[in-house]
Design a protein around this ligand. Structure first.
Ligand code: PLP
Length: 395
């Protein structure tokens, strides 16, 4: 058996498993236990003093969450990690653990709506301020760094505009300014892109998306530098955002099929993007692996495929958007992404409704923007549904 670190992605995703019990099970069981027992007082003392790796309590860690974390560390090339109850718990815990009152965060403007709420409504309670940087104005980012800036945060590709940011250039920027470099890698997954290769210190995931891949559980995971993860772990161990053993078990099992699923998601998305690109009822389509995408060259450099999201702008306005959604029949109208079932969403009225109209405009979210999360159905059926809904939208 090769060293674990030398295993190919697909093999590590399948073969990273918690130690087999005396029952010699092939598939790792669910460890539904809140606490763990010890043979004697000395062993228990040593566990609490972190002198051994014994489990203590499932708010701290559990065999199922440990397996998920170890697997994600191998897939992302990270030293350590921690699994949380949701992607947002991973996002919030990272900021709460790493930032102190008076610190500033520099974040890309195009970010998930709830992360924006954390920056603008929650962190200011503890005097942690966020400055936003525009992805297409990288040349001027230096001016946004102050002596208080501690951490840089970004998503790439972004939600829902699928902008692609240059991970390598931003890694060098963070080194120059001595910033903790945090990347939400939810849209790409480690199968398509590994930000740590480009200098990221911490990588965050909403496991709810392509990691689960079937729209069943909510969960999150963060992986990265040992010293940073230690700080986040100490925060989480006492504040309690741990993932449940069941959700960790589902996510770890799901990772076994991530590579094959992502191949299909990405192939379907690219085919749909090509179809829509020349469509008479479409104003514009954005997909990182289309040559017409403004950041196509960067996407090709850092991603192995273009991802599962296609964003399109239909001709007309709110009315046409609404008619399109009402006519959708096969695809689901729901807020999630990364499901085996294709999903269409109207970001302006749902996921990004909490942003003001000006804030939405600043990140390119218009009333005629539709986000499509391409599922695993046959591409012909996905295209047929989108096509009939587009025809209905133009009536
Ligand atoms: N980050 C991104 C890019 C997301 O799209 C989401 C959810 O949609 C999250 C984080 C939050 O994840 P969760 O819903 O698991 O809390």
């Amino acid at each position: 058996m090769p060293e674990k670190n030398n295993l190919k992605f697909e093999t590590a995703a399948v073969r990273t498993q918690f130690t087999t019990s005396n029952a010699k099970e092939h598939s790792v069981p669910l460890y539904l236990t809140s606490s763990f027992v010890y043979d004697d007082a000395e062993r228990m003392r040593a566990a609490f003093a972190s002198e051994n790796d014994d489990f203590i309590y499932s708010r701290f860690s559990n065999p199922n969450s440990d397996e998920l974390v170890q697997k994600m560390c191998l897939l992302e090339g990270a030293e350590a990690g921690y699994a949380t109850a949701s992607g947002m718990a991973a996002v919030f815990s990272s900021f709460a653990a790493l930032c102190n009152s008076g610190d500033e965060i520099l974040s890309c403007r195009s970010i998930f709506g709830s992360t924006h709420t954390v920056f603008t409504k929650i962190l200011p309670k503890w005097n942690i301020k966020t400055n936003y940087a525009d992805a297409n104005d990288f040349a001027n980012w230096d001016k946004l760094v102050t002596p208080k800036t501690k951490l840089l945060y970004l998503e790439t590709p972004t939600n829902p505009g699928v902008e692609v940011l240059d991970l390598e250039a931003i890694g060098k920027f963070c080194k120059r300014h001595n910033l903790i470099y945090v990347v939400d890698n939810c849209f790409a997954t480690p199968y398509l892109q590994q930000p740590i290769k480009y200098g990221a210190d911490l990588v965050i995931h909403s496991g709810t998306k392509w990691i689960d891949g079937q729209g069943r559980v909510v969960g999150g995971v963060l992986v990265g530098r040992q010293d940073l993860v230690n700080e986040i772990y100490a925060f989480c161990r006492s504040t309690g955002p741990a993932i449940s053993p069941f959700n960790a078990w589902v996510l770890s099992k799901s990772l076994e099929t991530l590579a094959v699923r992502m191949d299909r998601h990405c192939n379907n998305a690219l085919a749909l993007a090509h179809y829509l690109e020349s469509h008479a009822l479409i104003e514009r389509v954005l997909y990182p692996f289309l040559k017409s995408h403004p950041n196509h060259a960067i996407a090709k450099k850092q991603m192995s495929m273009g991802g599962g999201i296609v964003t399109m702008f239909i001709k007309g306005g709110l009315l046409q958007g609404k008619q399109f959604l009402d006519a959708i029949s096969l695809c689901s109208l729901t807020a999630n992404i990364g499901d085996s079932r294709s999903i269409v969403t109207h970001p302006a009225s749902t996921t990004h409704a909490k942003l003001s109209a000006e804030e939405r405009a600043a990140v390119g979210i218009s009333d005629n923007m539709i986000r499509i999360s391409c599922g695993l159905e046959h591409i012909d059926d996905i295209i047929a549904d989108i096509e009939q809904a587009l025809q209905a939208s133009s009536l």
